[in-house]
Design a protein around this ligand. Structure first.
Ligand code: SAH
Ligand code: SF4
Ligand code: F3S
Length: 487
């Protein structure tokens, strides 16, 4: 620490895993300036809102959050308020004009400049807005790949069994509805040796699982002539002590045979893939500029299932894209029925200022979008139930993450004699399980970070419930990404 007075920072993280990762980086950088993290805005000297612009609702949430914070600042003028992430990039100085009291607007490609700006603000400068998109590779020009990122031990943000590692930033795909290429910039991949080094650091700080992050991980390294994504997976899997590898997001158009083959070869790779389909209708997919058709999509899933039986597939769907007819929508429902996704995220199409689809005619009405979303979610709930009920009685390898909400004592269900723990199966299914107080059962605290077998007893809407097998020596039990024990 370089400062004497203890200062506190609260970072509110909205949006996707990219922002979660960036929040970790910012937390580390600020720790070096003497800022400890806090969850309470009342205790904070600095509040950062790390924002998302993907849909209008996400943006509205940001604006109301900033409004509230600026109101607090009227009573506490020393509070510093910063906005980072995709809305910061998108709106830049406009945010300073709109919110009196806002001190810093930090774009998505300059977060490494945060310490300099915070120092300047502490010295009475500001407001500052920087949304530059520097030409250099963001991973090579700064602190982003220096000590904080590559050398153990990681600081304030470290800890946790399952961690994210960004392997690339930006996106070059320009799907017609999407704001990401405009707010995150062009695609840039990070050198494999830095990624492996960071994974090593995370594992030595206690991580057992890493999720590699990018908007389109399958095109990793292509532009820069680095190694392929499957090769990167292999390199990461060589890190001793790492048990599981996941990745998001995979674009269906770039899901190569080499990646399919990686599921055959790399045991640590979990039996789950998130493969956003967006629509089951070829004409909608074409207008979305997704560059694959329904048939291609289904064939790729078939291939994956042939090398990794039992692999769970999840997806994203947009309903009410401009011009989507009832028939198009039914094609999407039909695709759900055929593919049988484990779960999905579904969104009503939302116009984004920079994305070309905002100019597409034949907008679907708000009522129709709502109705389609409801119908799709109901339809999928039935499929998820069917899959989950079929799992009752099976044994799953669960990487224990901690106490479940109930286990931490939330709500009326608190039962201290039966602490409830939570974790995930290789297929990324949430599994909660109770521990009885008995000599045979392990100490709950010691289970965190272990992979243990859990017998599934019940299917809930979004999770599974189970218990430890009575005669299994839990602490000894270990398996990798689910290749052998695919349930
Ligand atoms: N890079 C990832 C997705 C990132 S955004 C991919 O290509 O799959 C996450 C999800 O938000 C998308 O998959 C899409 O389903 C949804 N989304 C993006 N823009 C949207 C918009 N304008 N309206 C509604 N949903 C949108
Ligand atoms: Fe957006 Fe498409 Fe890029 Fe995903 S691949 S971030 S949906 S432009
Ligand atoms: Fe949102 Fe930006 Fe992620 S728009 S989804 S936070 S890349």
């Amino acid at each position: 620490m370089t400062e004497k007075k203890l200062k506190r920072v609260m970072i509110q993280t909205l949006g996707c895993q990219m922002n979660v990762y960036d929040t970790g980086r910012m937390t580390d950088m600020l720790y070096d300036l003497g800022y400890e993290p806090t969850d309470s805005p009342g205790k904070a000297d600095l509040v950062i809102v790390n924002t998302c612009a993907i849909r209008e609702k996400a943006e509205q949430k940001v604006l109301s959050s900033l409004g509230r914070l600026c109101a607090i600042k009227q009573k506490r003028p020393n509070l510093l308020i910063a906005v980072a992430g995709c809305v910061a990039q998108q709106q830049s100085e406009k945010l300073c004009q709109r919110f009196e009291g806002l001190d810093l607007v930090l774009g998505t490609r300059v977060i490494h400049r945060l310490p300099d700006y915070v120092r300047a603000l502490e010295n009475g400068k500001g407001p500052i807005a920087d949304v530059e998109m520097p030409e250099e590779n963001v991973f090579d020009n700064t602190g982003l790949r220096s000590e904080a990122e590559t050398q153990p031990p990681l600081k304030a943000s470290s800890g946790g069994v399952s961690r994210y590692v960004t392997i690339m930033r930006g996106c070059d795909n320009f799907c017609a509805y999407c704001v990401v290429p405009y707010v995150r910039g062009w695609e840039t991949s990070r050198p494999p040796e830095h990624i492996v080094e960071e994974v090593r650091a995370l594992v030595s700080a206690g991580a057992k699982e890493v999720t590699l992050l990018g908007q389109n991980v399958n095109s990793y390294g292509k532009k820069e002539g680095l190694c392929s994504f499957p090769r990167l997976l292999e390199l990461v899997s060589g890190v001793d002590g790492l048990e599981r590898i996941r990745f998001v997001t995979s674009h269906p158009k770039d899901l190569s045979d080499e990646l399919v083959e990686a599921f055959n070869r790399i045991d640590k790779l979990c039996s789950h893939i998130h493969l956003p389909v967006q629509s089951g209708s070829d004409s909608v997919l074409k207008r979305m500029n997704r560059k694959y058709g329904r048939q291609d999509y289904m064939e790729r899933i078939e291939k994956l299932r042939s090398v990794r039986p039992g692999i769970a597939v999840t997806t994203d769907v947009i309903v009410g894209f401009p011009g989507e007819t009832e028939h198009d929508f039914e094609m999407t429902l039909d695709l759900l029925e055929q593919v049988k996704f484990d779960t999905l995220f579904a969104f009503e199409y939302s116009d984004r200022p920079q994305a070309p689809a905002r100019r597409f005619k034949e907008k679907v009405s708000a009522d129709d979008k709502k109705a389609r979303l409801r119908e799709l979610l109901n339809y999928q709930a039935g499929i998820t139930r069917q899959i989950y009920e079929g799992l009752v009685g099976s044994i799953m390898d669960v990487l224990v993450e901690g106490f479940s909400r109930r286990g931490r004592g939330a709500g009326d269900e608190k039962d201290l004699n039966k602490p409830e723990m939570t974790g995930r199966s290789p297929q990324n299914r949430i599994v909660n399980f109770e521990l009885e107080h008995s000599t045979k059962q392990p100490d709950p605290g010691q289970l965190v970070g272990k992979i243990i077998p859990v017998v599934i007893e019940r299917a809930c809407a979004n999770s599974l419930k189970g218990k430890l097998p009575a005669d299994e020596p839990a602490a000894e039990y270990k398996s990798k990404g689910g290749k052998i024990h695919a349930a």
